[in-house]
Design a protein around this ligand. Structure first.
Ligand code: EPZ
Length: 419
C-alpha cells in the first residue's frame, strides 16, 4: 500500500486541467452494454474505479482497448457472462449500474448486492423498485440480485427520494423498453445529464435532460458512438479549495463552471476572488484567511455532498464559527476525528458539525477512510504546519487522477511513498 507525505504551509499557485468526471464516466461505461457496436470515449480519467469498471465489463465478455492517445475503445455488444460478481462489486458500489443496461439488452442479470460503505448503508431499494415497475422480476438471495425481464414496458416512475444512480439505472433500462417512460423527481446532477446526452448520441430518445422530469421513448436498438466525458466538477472544486485553504491562487482549465454554481457561490462567500471564462475558473485568495461559511448539502443544483468534507476543512481554519449539515448520507463525517487530531475545533451534533475556526492546524499521522474524506485530509495537510502522513491512499486513487502530480504543479510539497 502507499501513503502520502505532505509538508504543509505553502500557498499554492498555478494552473491545472480538470480531469474527466468519474461519476459521469462510470454510467457511460456501463451504457456501452446497450450498444450494438463499440463505444469510443475520450476524457475518461485514469482512476481505479474506471479500471474496476473495465474489469467488470471484461469479466462479462466485453473487449476494450486503451489507445495510445488515451481514448478508450469498448465493445460490450456481445456479453457472454451476465454476472457482476461480489469480488468486484464490493470494491465499487457503482457496479449496480450494470443492472439496468443488462436487463434492457439481455433480459437478465445477476448482480452482487453492493452493500454499504464508510459513508452509509447505501441501499439499492429504489433501483429495484423502479426496475420492477418497468416489468422486471427481481429476487434477492444469497447476497445477489437476480433480475429477469422478457420485455421492459415504459411507465411513469416516481422516485420518493432523489437518487443519482437509480435515475441512471432506470434511464438506461428505459432506452430499450417498449413505449415511453417518464421519470419524476429524477436526479439533475450534471453527470446524469452527461449520460443522457451520450445515450442520445447512441440513438436513444431522451428529453427533459437537466430537469427533474426525464422522458425516454424506447427504441429498438442503440448504436456505438464516440463521446467525450464531461469534466469532473468535484475534482475541480477540491483543487479550488486547495488554493483557497493555503491563501493562494489557481486557474483550472477544461471545466464547465456552469455546473459548479453552488460551490463557487460559497467560495465567493469565504472571500475568494473568482473569475470564470468559457472553460476555466480562476480563484485568488490574495493571501487572505477564509471567512467561515455555513454549509448544508443537498441535491443538484444545490451544494453537493461530495464537496462537504473539503469545505469542512476550509471552515476549520477560517475566521469565525460555522455549521456544516449533511443531508444526503448518514455517516459522511469520517474526516472529523482525523481533523481533530490536527487541532481542529469541531463538535458533531447529529448530522451537523459545529466548527470554530482555528488559526492553524498541525501536521499528524492520519488514516484515510473514504474518497472525499481522504481528499479533505490532503487539504488539511497542505494547510497545516509541519508534516502530515496519510495512510491508505487507495481511497483517493478512486476519484483523483494523479493527485500528488497536480498538487506538485501548484507548489505543494507532497510525496507518495510505499508503506
Ligand atoms: C452518487 O451516489 C455518486 N456516485 C456519489 O458520489 C454522490 O455522493 C451521490 O450520488 C449523491 O450525489 C456516483 O455517481 C457513482 P444516491 P448514489 O442514490 O447514486 C439513498 C463520490 O464521492 N438511496 O443519489 O449511490 C442513499 O442512501 C460518490 O464520488 C436509497 O435509500 O447516491 C442516499 O442517502 C460518493 N435507496 C440518498 O438516497 C436507493 O435505492 C442519495 O443517494 C438509492 C439511494
Amino acid at each position: 500500500m502507499y501513503k502520502l507525505i505532505i509538508h504543509g504551509g505553502n500557498a499554492l499557485h498555478g494552473t491545472i486541467s480538470a480531469s474527466g468526471s468519474k461519476n459521469a464516466s462510470l454510467p457511460i461505461l456501463f451504457a456501452s452494454i446497450l450498444a450494438d457496436g463499440p463505444v469510443t470515449l475520450t476524457n475518461t480519467p485514469h482512476l481505479s474505479d474506471i479500471s474496476t469498471s473495465l474489469r467488470l465489463l471484461m469479466d462479462m465478455g466485453a473487449e476494450f482497448i486503451l489507445e495510445s492517445n488515451n481514448d478508450l475503445f469498448i465493445d460490450s455488444s456481445k456479453l457472454t457472462h451476465l454476472v457482476a460478481s461480489y469480488n468486484l462489486v464490493k470494491t465499487m458500489r457503482a457496479s449496480i449500474l450494470v443492472l439496468g443496461p443488462m436487463l434492457a439488452k439481455y433480459g437478465e442479470a445477476k448482480v452482487s448486492l453492493p452493500g454499504g460503505c464508510a459513508i452509509g448503508t447505501r441501499p439499492v431499494n429504489l433501483h429495484l423498485k423502479a426496475l420492477e415497475e418497468l416489468g422486471a422480476t427481481i429476487e434477492v438471495k444469497n447476497g445477489y440480485i437476480y433480475a429477469h425481464a422478457d420485455t421492459l414496458v415504459g411507465t411513469d416512475i416516481h422516485f420518493e427520494q432523489i437518487t443519482v444512480t437509480a435515475t441512471e439505472n432506470v434511464v438506461m433500462a428505459a432506452t430499450l423498453a417498449k413505449g415511453i417512460t417518464t421519470i419524476h423527481n429524477a436526479a439533475q446532477e450534471p453527470e446524469v445529464s452527461d449520460l443522457c446526452t451520450c445515450l442520445n448520441t447512441m440513438g436513444a430518445k431522451i428529453t427533459g435532460i437537466g430537469t427533474s422530469i426525464l422522458t425516454i421513448e424506447g427504441v429498438k436498438n442503440l448504436n456505438g458512438t464516440q463521446y467525450s466525458v464531461c469534466p469532473d466538477r468535484i475534482e475541480a472544486g477540491t483543487y479550488l479549495i486547495a488554493a483557497a485553504i493555503t491563501g493562494g491562487s489557481i486557474t483550472i482549465k477544461n471545466i464547465h463552471h456552469q455546473s459548479m454554481r453552488a460551490t463557487l457561490e460559497k467560495l465567493i462567500e469565504i472571500g475568494a476572488d473568482i473569475k470564470t471564462e468559457n472553460h476555466s475558473i480562476t480563484l485568488d485568495m490574495k493571501g487572505r484567511r477564509p471567512k467561515a461559511v455555513n454549509i448544508k448539502t443537498s441535491t443538484y443544483p444545490h451544494f453537493p455532498t461530495d464537496m462537504q468534507a473539503q469545505f469542512t476543512v476550509l471552515n476549520v481554519i477560517a475566521d469565525g464559527h460555522s455549521s456544516i449539515t449533511e443531508t444526503i448520507f448518514e455517516n459522511r463525517f469520517m474526516h472529523i476525528p482525523e481533523l481533530a487530531r490536527m487541532g481542529a475545533d469541531l463538535t458533531l451534533e447529529g448530522n451537523t458539525v459545529l466548527c470554530k475556526g482555528v488559526k492553524s492546524l498541525t501536521g499528524a499521522h492520519l488514516m484515510a477512510t473514504d474518497l472525499r474524506a481522504s481528499a479533505s485530509l490532503v487539504l488539511a495537510g497542505l494547510a497545516a504546519k509541519g508534516t502530515t502522513t496519510i495512510e491508505r491512499v487507495y481511497h483517493l486513487d478512486r476519484g483523483y487522477e494523479t493527485i500528488e502530480e497536480k498538487l506538485k504543479l501548484l507548489g505543494a510539497q507532497i510525496e507518495r511513498v510505499q508503506d
